[in-house]
Structures are given as structure tokens and as C-alpha cells.
Design a protein around this ligand. Structure first.
Ligand code: AMP
Length: 128
């Protein structure tokens, strides 16, 4: 938790992030799902047996959920729908957790909106 918090505190909303490099195949990732608008790949520091990130291929100003405008409704819906497809594909039939961290208090460390799908173990509540 400490390192996640530290990463979130030093993160700055910038035009380009490491996720652009993943989209452009400049750095490797393990892609588990892809369509024309959404890319899903394994988190490099998994917090559960299954930990997948879903991102829009075109950020369009959506550095985080708090930047959402009406024009983003389509991509926000696609991200959640694709998260459901990925959860099924990964066999998370007993349930899973969707997380969207936003801003420093939300422990966001990469400013390209992303949906976490976490599963394969019992999740705790409250999440902390
Ligand atoms: P957040 O803290 O919500 O902004 O989530 C960012 C996530 O991106 C973290 O869970 C990181 O482990 C993950 N991450 C950072 N760099 C990479 C990478 N190169 N490949 C896969 N996941 C990454």
C-alpha cells in the first residue's frame, strides 16, 4: 500500500503515459482482450490471481474518471462491458472486483483512465 500511495503522490496528469507505449507496442504487455476501442492487458504488479487493466485506445482527454464529459459516455460503457467479457473469459464466475482509481486520494498512478478487474480470490470490504 505504501508504494502505491507513493506512486500516486508523484504521478502527474500528463498527455502521454506508459499506457500509450503499451498501445503503440513500444513496451511489451500481455494482452488478454482487444477490440477496436479497448485494450486489456495483465497488470504488471498483480494484486490478485487475476488482475487485468482495461484502457481506451484513444484517451481523448480522459486522464481519469473525474475528467469525464458527455462525449465519453460511449467509451465508459465500452470499458465496463469489456470488463465483463474479460471477467468471463478469465473464468471469474464466482465474482470479481472492478476498480477505477481517481486522483491522489484514489491512489491513481497512471493518468490514462483504466478499469481494474480483480478476481480469483475473496475480496475484502471495506477496500481500504
Ligand atoms: P492506478 O494505480 O489505478 O493508476 O493503476 C495503475 C496500474 O498500472 C498499477 O496497478 C500498475 O501496476 C499498472 N502498471 C504500471 N505499469 C504497467 C505496465 N508496464 N504494464 C502493466 N501494468 C502496469
Amino acid at each position: 500500500m505504501a508504494s502505491e500511495k507513493e506512486a500516486a503522490l508523484v504521478a502527474t496528469p500528463s498527455d502521454s503515459t506508459i499506457f500509450d507505449k503499451i498501445i503503440n507496442k513500444e513496451i511489451p504487455s500481455t494482452v488478454v482482450y482487444e477490440d477496436d476501442k479497448v485494450l486489456a492487458f495483465k497488470d504488471i504488479e498483480p494484486q490478485a490471481p487475476v488482475h487485468i487493466l482495461l484502457i481506451p485506445k484513444v484517451k481523448d482527454g480522459l486522464s481519469g474518471l473525474s475528467k469525464a464529459e458527455e462525449r465519453h459516455i460511449d467509451i465508459l460503457g465500452r470499458l465496463l462491458y469489456a470488463a465483463n467479457l474479460v471477467a468471463k473469459q478469465e473464468g471469474l464466475d464466482d465474482g470479481f472486483r472492478i476498480v477505477i482509481n481517481d486522483g491522489p486520494n484514489g491512489c491513481q498512478s497512471v493518468y490514462h483512465i483504466h478499469v481494474h478487474v480483480l478476481g480469483g480470490r475473496q475480496m475484502n470490504w471495506p477496500p481500504g
